[in-house]
Design a protein around this ligand. Structure first.
Ligand code: PYC
Length: 307
C-alpha cells in the first residue's frame, strides 16, 4: 500500500489538488526537464489524483518541486485530466493558500517557477492572493474564423501562460444558455481554431457583467473539455493583454472579471513593452482549503492510479 498527501483548495469554485508529500522524485536540472520526467515516467501520479474515481474532469493538479534557483519558493507543475498546463492562475492562488495552511509560506512576495516562467505571488492580510503572471501578449487581432454550421466571426489569439482563442461576442449565444450548449459551441470553435493555431487549447467567451462592480463575465473551455468555474487566471491575463493592445484599459486600471458561476478575479496590467504589446498581468482572487487528504494506492485496486 502506497500513500501520499494532497491538499484540496478551490479558487472561485475551481478546484486545485496539490501533492505536498510523497510525490515522485523527478530527475532534471530545469523545470522543463522535470516535466519531461514526470510526463514520461510518473504520469500515474497525475492520473491518480485528477482522474476518476478519485478526481474529476474539472480538477487541476499541482505538484510542488524544489526551486532550481534558491531565491524562488518552489517549482509548480500543473496538470489536468488530459495532460500538463504551462501555467494556471487559479491553481497558483490555490497553491499559495495551501502553503499558508501548511505554515510553509514565507512572508512577502514569493516567486514560483512554472513551466511557462516565473510567477510571483503575495498573500494579503484578508487571505486574498495577487499573482503576477508571465509576460502576456495578443498574437492575432480580429482573426476571421469560419466554423462549419455557425459562420464567420472575428477572434483574438493571446498568450498568458496558456494559449487562448478569445471570442468577443459569442455569436448569437448569451452566457445564460445551458452550459452544455456553451461547451459544445466552444469545442467546435476550438477545433476550427486549432487548424490555424495548433497551440491554442482554451476558448474564452465574453458577455456583459452580471453585477454593477463587474467589468465582464466569461466562460472558459479548458483543454480537458471541461469549463473553468473561476474566471480563469491565465484567461483573465489573456483578456488584459487584448484590452491593453486595444487601448481599452489603462495601465494599473482595475478590470473585474466575473466567471460563469459569478465568482470574480480583479485584474490589472503593467506594460513590459508597448511596441510588442507585452504586458505583465496581475490577478487577485481567493482560495479556500477544503480537504487535507491521505491518498491510498492499493495495488489490488485496478483503478488505484485512475481511469
Ligand atoms: O486559472 O489559469 C487558470 C486556469 C487554467 C485552466 C484552468 N484554470
Amino acid at each position: 500500500m502506497r500513500t501520499f498527501r494532497v491538499i484540496d483548495t478551490h479558487t472561485g469554485g475551481e478546484p486545485t489538488r496539490t501533492i505536498v508529500d510523497g510525490g515522485p522524485q523527478l530527475l532534471g536540472k530545469s523545470i522543463a526537464e522535470q516535466l519531461t520526467d514526470m510526463r514520461e515516467n510518473h504520469d500515474c501520479y497525475r492520473r491518480a489524483i485528477v482522474n476518476e474515481p478519485r478526481g474529476s474532469e474539472v480538477m487541476v493538479g499541482a505538484f510542488l518541486i524544489p526551486a532550481c534557483v534558491p531565491e524562488n519558493h518552489c517549482g509548480i507543475i500543473f496538470f489536468n485530466n488530459v495532460g500538463y498546463l504551462g501555467m494556471c492562475g487559479h491553481g497558483t492562488i490555490g497553491v499559495v493558500a495551501t502553503l499558508a495552511y501548511l505554515g510553509k509560506l514565507r512572508t512577502g512576495v514569493q516567486r514560483f517557477e512554472t513551466v511557462a516562467g516565473i510567477v510571483s505571488a503575495i498573500l494579503h492580510s484578508d487571505s486574498s492572493v495577487t499573482i503576477e503572471n508571465v509576460p502576456s501578449y495578443r498574437s492575432h487581432a480580429g482573426f476571421e474564423l469560419r466554423v462549419e454550421g455557425i459562420g464567420k466571426f472575428k477572434v483574438d489569439i493571446a498568450y498568458a501562460g496558456n494559449w487562448f482563442c478569445l471570442v468577443p461576442t459569442p455569436i448569437g449565444y448569451d452566457l445564460d444558455r445551458p452550459v452544455s450548449e456553451l461547451l459544445e459551441l466552444a469545442s467546435r470553435i476550438l477545433a476550427s481554431c486549432r487548424q490555424y493555431f495548433p497551440e491554442v487549447d482554451h476558448v474564452e467567451f465574453f458577455g456583459p457583467a452580471k453585477t454593477d462592480s463587474g467589468s465582464s463575465r466569461n466562460f472558459v473551455l479548458c483543454p480537458g473539455g471541461m469549463y473553468d468555474r473561476s474566471p480563469c487566471g491565465t484567461g483573465t491575463g489573456a483578456k488584459l493583454a487584448c484590452l491593453a493592445a486595444d487601448g481599452k484599459l489603462a495601465e494599473g486600471e482595475e478590470w473585474v472579471q466575473e466567471s460563469i458561476i459569478g465568482s470574480t478575479f480583479r485584474g490589472s496590467f503593467r506594460w513590459l513593452d508597448r511596441q510588442s504589446g507585452h504586458v505583465s498581468p496581475s490577478i487577485t482572487g481567493r482560495a479556500f482549503v477544503n480537504a487535507d487528504v491521505k491518498v491510498i494506492i492499493d495495488e489490488q485496486d485496478p483503478y488505484a492510479w485512475g481511469l
